[in-house]
Design a protein around this ligand. Sequence first.
Ligand code: SIN
Length: 188
Amino acid sequence: MVLWVFGYGSLIWKAGFRYEERLVGFINGYSRVFYQGSTDHRGTPDYPGRTVTLEPSHGEVCWGVAYKVSGEEDEQIALSYLEVREKQYDTKVYLDFFTDPNTTTPAVSGVMVYIGSPNKKLNPNYLGPASLEEIAEQIINAEGPSGPNRDYIFQLENALLEIGCEDKHVMDLANAVRKTLSEMKMDS
Ligand code: SIN
């Protein structure tokens, strides 16, 4: 048995489980968006942070990494770990994963992907869209058991650049966070 897991957020820079192979590539039809509220990792119930989720988006691709986990024991360990870590993501989907933009043949079929859906009943932490400035301010002020929310976005920006992906939403937001932080520094 083999399990493939696609990471498009913190899973890119921190797997947290044993894997046999890591491939850089993309899934079709989704955009990465900072619309998921986090009260367990990058914020608290009183002050939720923001992490990424995926939004269906026709014609778009989302770059990330796919991890191959082999063997029943490693698979069980990885799944149990992920079910806790990703517990605020209410939906799991199994998608085609591509490594080559010039082919329509997937490198792997059925990669598991965690998504925080916009359904507030299933996903009470969902925050949804807001202006860049609002999201940046929320990120600056949030911190949770996994660390400051601002570290999450800067680590994501770096991890994406390391795999050769310039994600406009992430970079615009990271720039907005940096700008607000430097303004705050000048004011103090
Ligand atoms: C992911 O990395 O694939 C899910 C979102 C996150 O944990 O940041």
